[in-house]
Design a protein around this ligand. Structure first.
Ligand code: FAD
Length: 267
């Protein structure tokens, strides 16, 4: 690892100024950034530690919106009675991320900024129609991810919080890698008064919704409504874990499982 300067600001404003310096990088829990630095795939000249900024913490519900601060760690979402009461599917998703070490250090802001194609939270933000709040704007979840490890965030732009609309019911089902627990395919289903949303992670370079499934489930919220809806394997990810055709199959299976779980009140 090469040398770097280290800063630990206590306000968003100070962090944003520090992040404007050449070669600066924010660091949340370091779960991705530190291994990447150890392999010299990233060589920041300055690390801006976000852990001292109280404004990036907190979990709260206001009306029909659940807000989670960017630096909130996965274990805190998994264990939060506020999340469990508002969107239990989100608490369950967080509880299924990685292992205890990853959940104790990894953050929601870090996952979203990193945009790993197999990460779980992208399915939740797209499935729930969340809004990602940064130091300078609000980004609709659908506009956030632009490809493999790519987002619309500008250099130095800081995620401050994520706002989730509270659904009538929701559930997340993933077929996970037994080694890392990352999603080989994960499907988040959320039912709102206005209709159903279905978001898939792990299957393409970034999260996507499935309009055919959404229409069918909006008409009848039952796993049987998904019968006959096939996801074409074209353009799906293929790797040592799963070929595109297997991922296409998994999308249908995980979607049906998520609908069954949401319908049974396990949202
Ligand atoms: C072994 C292992 C297993 C894992 N399994 C899973 C899994 O099953 N599911 C899953 O979803 N994830 C998984 N992860 C990822 C994990 O959830 C971490 O949250 C993720 O690696 C990001 O780490 P972090 O939050 O510590 O961010 P960091 O590593 O500190 O930062 C990652 C990147 O995000 C940027 N960043 C961080 N915070 C912000 C912010 N607020 N605003 C803007 N940019 C920011 C940083 O500058 C950096 O570029 C796994 C990770 C590991 C190492």
């Amino acid at each position: 690892m090469q040398g770097f300067t280290y800063h630990r600001p206590t306000s968003v404003a100070d962090a944003v100024v520090l992040l404007q310096s050449e070669g600066a990088s924010g660091i949340a829990g370091g779960m991705t950034l530190l291994p990447v630095m150890k392999h010299r795939l990233a060589t920041p000249l300055a690390l801006v530690d976000l852990s001292g900024i109280a404004a990036l913490g907190g979990i709260e519900v206001d009306g029909e919106t659940l807000t989670i601060g960017a630096m909130v760690r996965h274990v805190a979402v998994a264990d939060s009675p506020v999340v469990a009461a508002a969107i239990p599917a989100l608490a369950a998703l967080a509880a299924g991320i990685g292992d205890p070490a990853v959940r104790n250090r990894g953050t929601i802001g870090g996952v979203l900024a990193n945009a790993d194609p197999s990460a779980d939270y992208p399915a939740a933000v797209a499935g729930l129609g969340a809004t990602i709040v940064t130091d300078r704007r609000e980004i609709a979840a659908e506009a956030m991810f632009t490809g493999l490890f790519a987002t619309v965030l500008a250099p130095g732009e800081l995620i401050v919080a994520v706002k989730f609309p509270v659904p009538l019911a929701a559930a997340y089902a993933k077929f996970r890698s037994p080694a890392s627990r990352y999603a080989i395919v994960g499907v988040f289903v959320a039912r709102f008064a206005a209709g159903v949303r279905v978001a898939v992670t792990g299957a393409r370079p970034s999260v996507f919704r499935v309009p055919e499934m959404e229409a069918a489930l909006s008409a009848r919220f039952d796993p049987a409504a998904l019968a006959g809806i096939a996801i074409p394997p074209d353009g799906l990810n293929g790797d040592i874990h799963a070929e595109p055709a297997f991922r296409a199959h998994l999308v249908g299976v995980m979607a049906a499982r998520a609908v069954a779980a949401a319908g049974s009140g396990a949202a």
